[in-house]
Design a protein around this ligand. Structure first.
Ligand code: SF4
Length: 388
């Protein structure tokens, strides 16, 4: 994606400027708890915002009704979020854009056209994340708020970023504690309590201590340390991984089955890699790790998270992970490619892999049955390898 041409960037980047900053009411699509840091960021720059409701059957119905059938699931939900936000008074829609080889590059333009045809009046602010990323991001936030106070930017971005990291910290703790907890629901309540605290925190200094406080609090939960807990990598397309409604709360289902989930895409990791200038980014990025591990099966990235899916599976096999669950939206172009390569990777690297395709037709019962059968296999395999 990084090799997007100038023409592509010009074609995809749009920042409408028809509404004065003081009259703007800003909204963006839902994806997991992205609303918490974005709210902190925008309100600290003085913006008025509308947060559409979390994704739900109602949102899906709206999205399906107003989209072409073959488009991928994330688009349908994004469109529904825009409609719900516009109905609640939003007049400025924000979205990042990634010109490249999957449909994401066309999402916002398609949504913009559909919403205009439906009669909505609004400004669309699209900023691409693949060229001068930090400058593009700052420019987009200045564009919608016209804030020129540098101290406000320091607080807004500081708080926003810290909250992304704090949410990921709470999620990682939840994924570890849920399969091991003695009293069912302890980890979930601790997580929900911290989400509220993260949301309410409006002090940059206090925000720096969120992660250590979250860890300390989770450590109070009683767990069974001797329990045999299989470890499963959760990999696949970005949106379905990060939005619990879309992936039918797969992490909770797996945790309740006694499995520790290690999701390979966390918002903070992605954000850090995308926004930090490469000179300051010292760690090996997820993409770099994936390219290295996938090299036997795939020579270059072809869009979306395709190469990460292959690379993560090889990495899981090399690192003693018990199984891999791959999730993707129906008709997702890059993940269809990885789905077809995965059986070979699974055979050659000797690791069980389950691929699950999600769309508006996916029934919960069948979905859970497939996951349960896979987890039975993973547990049996783990037991056998311990005996031998
Ligand atoms: S990665 Fe797949 S689901 Fe996501 S935008 Fe691209 S085609 Fe759609």
């Amino acid at each position: 994606m990084s090799n997007a041409t100038e023409e592509q960037i010009k074609r995809f980047s749009t920042m409408d400027d028809n509404i004065p900053a003081r009259d703007r009411v800003i909204a963006w699509p839902r994806m997991g708890r992205i609303d918490i840091p974005l709210k902190a960021l925008l309100t600290n720059l003085g913006a008025k915002i509308v947060i559409p409701p979390a994704n739900s059957n109602e949102a899906l119905e709206i999205g399906v009704k107003n989209s072409i059938e073959g488009i991928c699931l994330p688009y349908k939900l994004n469109l529904a979020n825009y409609i719900q936000a516009l109905d609640k008074g939003a007049n400025t829609l924000m979205m990042f854009q990634a010109p490249g080889s999957c449909r994401l590059g066309n999402y916002t333009k398609m949504a913009q056209k559909t919403l205009k045809t439906m009669g909505y009046e609004f400004d669309m602010v699209i900023f691409d994340m693949y060229r001068n990323k930090m400058i593009q991001t700052l420019h987009a936030f200045w564009h919608v708020t016209r804030c020129i106070n540098p101290f406000k930017y320091i607080k807004a971005f500081g708080l926003g970023f810290t909250k992304f990291f704090a949410i990921d910290c709470a999620e990682k703790m939840l994924l570890y504690y849920r399969p091991r907890e003695i009293n069912k629901g302890d980890a979930e309540s601790c997580y929900n309590k911290w989400l509220e605290k993260i949301d309410k925190c409006n002090s940059l200094i206090k925000a720096q201590f969120l992660c250590s406080k979250i860890k300390k609090d989770f450590k109070k939960i009683k767990i069974n340390k001797k329990k045999e807990v299989p470890i499963v990598f959760l990999i696949g397309e970005f949106f379905v991984l990060l939005d619990p409604y879309t992936n039918q709360h797969i992490e909770k289902e797996l945790g309740d089955m006694g499995v520790e989930v290690r999701r390979q895409i966390m918002f903070s990791g992605w954000l850090e890699h995308v926004l930090k200038p490469s000179i300051l980014y010292k760690k090996e990025s997820h993409r770099e790790r994936a390219v290295k591990n996938a090299s036997k099966y795939m020579k270059r990235a072809i869009g979306g998270e395709c190469i990460e899916t292959i690379g993560d599976t090889v990495y899981a096999a090399k690192n003693g992970v018990d199984g891999v669950i791959h999730i993707m939206p129906f008709s997702c172009m890059p993940e269809i490619v990885s789905q077809n390569i995965l059986p070979k990777v699974s055979r050659e690297e000797n690791i069980p892999v389950l691929s699950l395709v999600l769309d508006e037709q996916t029934g919960k019962a069948g979905y859970i049955t497939r996951i349960e059968a896979f987890i039975d296999l993973v547990k049996r395999r783990k037991l056998q390898s311990k005996k031998s």
